[in-house]
Write a protein that binds this ligand. Sequence first.
Ligand SMILES: NC(=O)c1ccc[n+]([C@@H]2O[C@H](COP(=O)([O-])OP(=O)(O)OC[C@H]3O[C@@H](n4cnc5c(N)ncnc54)[C@H](O)[C@@H]3O)[C@@H](O)[C@H]2O)c1
Length: 427
Amino acid sequence: MATQSQTHLLAGDVKDLGLAESGKRKIEWANQQMPVLQLIRKRFTSEQPLKGVRVSACLHVTSETANLAITLRDGGAEVFLCASNPLSTQDEVAASLVKDYKIPTFAIKGEDHTTYYAHLQATLEHKPQITMDDGADLVTALLTKRADLVPGVIGGTEETTTGVIRLRAMAKDGSLKYPVISVNDALTKHMFDNRYGTGQSTIDGILRATNLLLAGSRLVVAGYGWCGRGVAMRAKGLGADVIVTEINPVRALEAVMDGFRVMPMNEAAKIGDIFVTVTGNKSVLAREHFERMKDGAVLCNSGHFNVEIDITALEQLSNGKAIARPFVEEYAMKDGRRIYLLGEGRLINLAAAEGHPASVMDMSFANQALSAEYLLKHAKDLGRQVYAVPDPIDRQIAKLKLESMGVQADKLTPEQEHYLASWSEGT
Ligand SMILES: NC(=O)c1ccc[n+]([C@@H]2O[C@H](COP(=O)([O-])OP(=O)(O)OC[C@H]3O[C@@H](n4cnc5c(N)ncnc54)[C@H](O)[C@@H]3O)[C@@H](O)[C@H]2O)c1
């Protein structure tokens, strides 16, 4: 087995180490917007809570993730990193992580299916004691292809809604073999990252890819969950006529009361100019929808996997495709219409833009770092289940974020505390 210094010589697999300088600047820029993570990093550096712990992380390799990896490393961990999506890597960041920060990183933007999984395997060669996932691909690869590693794993963390759904299914049928903390379920994660982060960066991705004017366009958002609410809110702010599709009646009702039109996708397909899927489900845009769409309709996805748009059906209905612009494919439909697919149906905010702003990832990754520390202290008391981030961690992150923004919240007076804790007080 390689020692730490030997593993650091196995620098990883990145596009071009010559890109490192611009990657380093990006990482430092993001760091300035991540005050909560900075505080954690400072404490980790002096306390070394992760000393000698091998962490394998499968996350979007962005400048924000780089700051998380550096924080874990400064807390004493030996970190290996690979991408959680073939199109989400920032190659300059990956290069800098290897060259400047000596963190073995296996990620190349646009890597094919085989390379993507080879990179996951390379990260597992590190024999992780903690896994960090965004979409549960690493834990799945570990459990199915490297089950020999299970006894050495202390626990894992999971970043996103889709990953948590997969992990809960594993826990239910007994396939999950170690405790995993659902970072996504922390309030300081999904209420901000999924809503404001995905909201802003999805619009950013659409605009960078197409340069379309949203004002006056009909934008259809499929799924009114945390991400969908954010996308709908931001598109409305830019003057789009936003239509929502949902399968959950409560969320559909919420969308109506938030001022959006709600209708079945079969209806929305006929009138939409731009379609955004954010459901975590599959074939949300399918053959019957493509058949109804207007000439020039633009489709994109911001849900975790590229299965929300049925690309096979789109291909079957077309005579072929051509690149219209970077991240924009024009499908020539057999009946003469054109349909445009952005970012190959992969998360558009990471494919065509830079993912979430650092300020919001500050809280998500503070949850990741503190959850790793929590796992080390408490894993022996945890089973093979998915666990929430403990409430005190969530509150501490919110408190630190407020402080960094110079915002003060009120505190309960002793009288109020007593009142709220008592059932005997009344009129
Ligand atoms: N792009 C990003 O950077 C980013 C960030 C966070 C989460 N995500 C991913 O986005 C997806 C959504 O996450 P979320 O936190 O909003 O989840 P959520 O569970 O809060 O919301 C998903 C919504 O989609 C609805 N839905 C399911 N199937 C549908 C269908 N066929 N038609 C219409 N609506 C349907 C559900 O009822 C639910 O309201 C997940 O895959 C998640 O992993 C992406």
